[in-house]
Each structure stands twice: as structure tokens, then as C-alpha cells.
Design a protein around this ligand. Structure first.
Ligand SMILES: NC(=O)c1ccc[n+]([C@@H]2O[C@H](COP(=O)([O-])OP(=O)(O)OC[C@H]3O[C@@H](n4cnc5c(N)ncnc54)[C@H](O)[C@@H]3O)[C@@H](O)[C@H]2O)c1
Length: 289
């Protein structure tokens, strides 16, 4: 008879999981066998998502920018699950305030930094302290943005806050790595979910944006969730301090959108023609110029 002990149930807290990407991450994690703490400042939203998940998901109401509120939520999760520290944390909650920098309201600027950067720090540190006290390895994933990789117009503190979260994540990896804690960031691109959904209700904007992506489409919340699950999982056991850009290639494609002389654009035409000529069932074509 096998003496192997059953694998311990793994636990995970996802912030901002009452909607959008966080809810998709919570769903994917529950489907992969994690017991999930669905944390959101909106108690009803957290409850609705938690109730839709299997495996005893726990709804946690908390404001991530308020240290006491976060500690109370972590205490509650520990009581519900009987584990001192979760095995994983996804710092996903974030906000944006649009408007040109010249007119940006200082209170709005501060609010974005407070939630996106300080809230991520508060939550990640509180969980890391518990992991370390329990002598338990863990994985933390932060959610940044393509706007933290390259600036977007009229998004105030959003991009700068996300760039800072990327560096904060590396700092976590550096300082907490010796305790067995991995820290990585996910940088979503053009995703048709959550805070971006209203943008894509405009069909013309949507079509123009899709055509700028090398993969020629928007991403889904489920695709962001799959990448997040990879970073949380043991498959990424030696991955720490990295930022995984999940954007269909759009962030790196800026040079492709610049105007080019025809002499440069025609380079490679011979190869394209030869390739299509050898494609099965497709006659070779030569492009008129
Ligand atoms: N949707 C996108 O296209 C996209 C692209 C790049 C990055 N992101 C990032 O992904 C994350 C999730 O975005 P989303 O589109 O799902 O947003 P969303 O607005 O749909 O959901 C965010 C959730 O976070 C919660 N929240 C906000 N402030 C909070 C706080 N102080 N404490 C606790 N919960 C709080 C909200 O109640 C909400 O349920 C954000 O960090 C965002 O910056 C989103």
C-alpha cells in the first residue's frame, strides 16, 4: 500500500478578483485546484465570484491601500483555511484615472499610486511576512501593464505606477528570494476585459487596435490568467524577478508602425513570393509594385 501523503491543498489570494482579469485568474486557479481567497474592496462582487467557484473559495472584503484592512482579510483567510500563510498571491487590483498630465488632479494622481503601487506593496509584504514566519515557500505575481513598459498618452499616474510595480516586484524577488519566495510580474496588453471593455465597445477603435497587434486580435482575460497560473505554478519554479508581457507582440512592434521607404519595404519580397509558390495548393504570385 502506498504511504504517500496526500498533497496539501494549495491556497491563493487574488486581489481585485471581483471583476475583470482578477475574476478570470480566480476562476482559472480554482479550476487548477487552488483554494482561492477572492479579495476585493467591493464585498458583493467578491462574494459573487467566490460563490461561483468550487473548492471552498473565500470572499474577502478589503481595500489594498489600507494596511489594517488587508491584515484583517489575511487573518480571515487564515481562519477559513487553517493555514498561516497562503502559498500564492496575485496583486491584481488596480485603478486608472485618464486625463492629460498638464491638467491631472493631484488627488487623482495620488489615488492611482496609492492603490497600484502602495497597495501592491502593502499586500505583498503582509503575505511575505506570513510566508516567512511559517517557513513556507511561495509565489507572488503582480499585474503591471504594457503602459508600464511604454508610456500611453493621457493616462496620468497609471503607467508610472505600473513601471514602479515592475521594479518593486524585482526588489521582492531580490530580498525575499532567500526565503524561497518567487516574485514575478504579468504585463497585459490590449485585453478585452475589465477596465478596457468600454474602449472596445467602440468598433472602429477596436478594429484599429486589432490591426496594430502582430497577432491581429485583442487578448482575453483567460489568456492573462493562463500566464499568471504558469508563474504561480511549480512549472515556473526557477523563474523569479521577471516581467512576462502578455500582449500578442504589440508593445515591441513600434518600429513596424513607422513609415519606411519602398526600398526597405521591398526587401524580402523574393522570399515571400518563393514561399507562397511552394505552399501546397497555392500558386506562386508576384506582387506588382
Ligand atoms: N483590462 C485590461 O485591459 C488591462 C490591461 C493591462 C493591465 N491591466 C491591469 O489588470 C488589473 C485588473 O484590471 P481589470 O481590467 O480587471 O480592472 P477592473 O476595474 O475590471 O477590476 C479591478 C477590480 O479591483 C478592485 N479594486 C480596485 N481598487 C481596489 C482596492 N483599493 N482594494 C481592493 N480592490 C480594489 C475593483 O473593485 C475591481 O473589482 C489592474 O491592475 C489593471 O491595471 C488591465
Amino acid at each position: 500500500m502506498s504511504q504517500t501523503a496526500p498533497a496539501r491543498e494549495r491556497t491563493l489570494i487574488v486581489t481585485g478578483a471581483g471583476n475583470g482579469l482578477g475574476a478570470a485568474i480566480a476562476r482559472a486557479a480554482a479550476a487548477a485546484g487552488w483554494r482561492v481567497g477572492v479579495l476585493d474592496q467591493d464585498a458583493q462582487a467578491a462574494q459573487a465570484v467566490a460563490s461561483s467557484l468550487a473548492l471552498g473559495a473565500v470572499a474577502l472584503q478589503a481595500d489594498i491601500s489600507d494596511e489594517r484592512s488587508v491584515q484583517e482579510a489575511l487573518d480571515r483567510f487564515a481562519q477559513e483555511t487553517s493555514v498561516a500563510a497562503p502559498d500564492g498571491l496575485v496583486c491584481n487590483a488596480g485603478i486608472v484615472r485618464f486625463g492629460p498630465l498638464l491638467d491631472a488632479d493631484v488627488a487623482d494622481f495620488r489615488a492611482v499610486v496609492d492603490v497600484n503601487l502602495t497597495g501592491t506593496f502593502i499586500t505583498a509584504r503582509a503575505v511575505a511576512r506570513r510566508m516567512i514566519a511559517a517557513r513556507q515557500a511561495g509565489s507572488i505575481v503582480t499585474v503591471t501593464s504594457m503602459n508600464g513598459v511604454a508610456p500611453g498618452p493621457n493616462s496620468g499616474a497609471y503607467g508610472p505606477s505600473k513601471a514602479a510595480v515592475a521594479l518593486l516586484t524585482q526588489q521582492m524577488a531580490l530580498e525575499w528570494g532567500p526565503h524561497g519566495i518567487r516574485a514575478n510580474a504579468i504585463a497585459p496588453g490590449l485585453i478585452n476585459a475589465g477596465m478596457s471593455e468600454p474602449i472596445y465597445a467602440d468598433h472602429e477603435i477596436r478594429a484599429r487596435r486589432e490591426s496594430s497587434v502582430p497577432l491581429r486580435r485583442l487578448g482575453t482575460a483567460e489568456e492573462v490568467a493562463a500566464a499568471t497560473l504558469f508563474l504561480l505554478s511549480d512549472d515556473a519554479s526557477y523563474v523569479s524577478g521577471t516581467e512576462l508581457v502578455v500582449d500578442g507582440g504589440v508593445t515591441m512592434s513600434v518600429i513596424a508602425s513607422l513609415p519606411r521607404p519602398q526600398s526597405v519595404d521591398s526587401v524580402g519580397d523574393n522570399f515571400s513570393a518563393a514561399a507562397s509558390a511552394t505552399e501546397p495548393g497555392k500558386p506562386g504570385t508576384s506582387r506588382e509594385r
